[in-house]
Write a protein that binds this ligand. Structure first.
Ligand SMILES: CC(C)(COP(=O)(O)OP(=O)(O)OC[C@H]1O[C@@H](n2cnc3c(N)ncnc32)[C@H](O)[C@@H]1OP(=O)(O)O)[C@@H](O)C(=O)NCCC(=O)NCCS
Length: 158
């Protein structure tokens, strides 16, 4: 497994990962299809995130993004994390999160924050296992038209 920096040339591969990850909160299909393509193109254009991927052989197995700003003293945000289904439970997510934490630490940040859906039990379990603790809950955080829109904010000192 090798971590590489990503750019917009990797967009199609990132969309493949997102549509294949089996996102627990995706009852509305928001990490799939046309909506996601537009959203991802916009994210690259905005340049608010730094994208890193995990290469497994020649294939991109997962990716993570960091927003190098967040309210609070030297806080940053782990904004996105997805792993292709066939590579899940093999340590790819762990490797990507550890990488982002090391990267953030080197840049002088002291805390990594992450939002996730309140109903995403497996994902919450994953972050807690990685040392993240719940800070608060935000009803209506997500703009979905159906389903649970409450997010929980987790954070870890690095
Ligand atoms: C959450 C996720 C990034 C974890 O990556 P991973 O490579 O599977 O994780 P690792 O192998 O490093 O760690 C294993 C842990 O991940 C969790 N996990 C495995 N598959 C998962 C899935 N489909 N969804 C959520 N968590 C999962 C398990 O709880 C496991 O912990 P356990 O061994 O105590 O059961 C990945 O499963 C995924 O992409 N899920 C769907 C998208 C998502 O929820 N992203 C986060 C949004 S904030």
């Amino acid at each position: 497994m090798k971590i590489i920096k990503l750019n917009k040339k990797h967009m199609e591969k990132l969309l493949e990962i997102d549509s294949d990850c089996g996102h627990e909160g995706d009852k509305q299909g928001c990490v799939n299809g046309k909506y996601m393509k537009k959203e991802l193109a916009e994210r690259f254009k905005q340049k608010h995130e730094i994208f890193f991927g995990c290469k497994i052989g020649e294939e991109l197995g997962g990716y993570v993004t960091l927003k190098p700003f967040f309210p609070g003293h030297k806080h940053c945000e782990l904004y996105w994390l997805t792993v292709k289904r066939k590579f899940q439970n093999q340590g790819v997510g762990t490797k990507l999160v550890r990488f982002i934490e090391e990267y953030a630490k080197k840049k002088g940040f002291r805390k990594v924050c992450v939002y996730t859906g309140k109903t995403m039990k497996k994902t919450i379990h994953f972050y807690k296992k990685m040392g993240y603790e719940k800070i608060n809950e935000f009803p209506g955080y997500y703009g979905y038209e159906m389903g649970n829109t409450t997010a929980i904010l987790l954070a870890k000192n690095i």
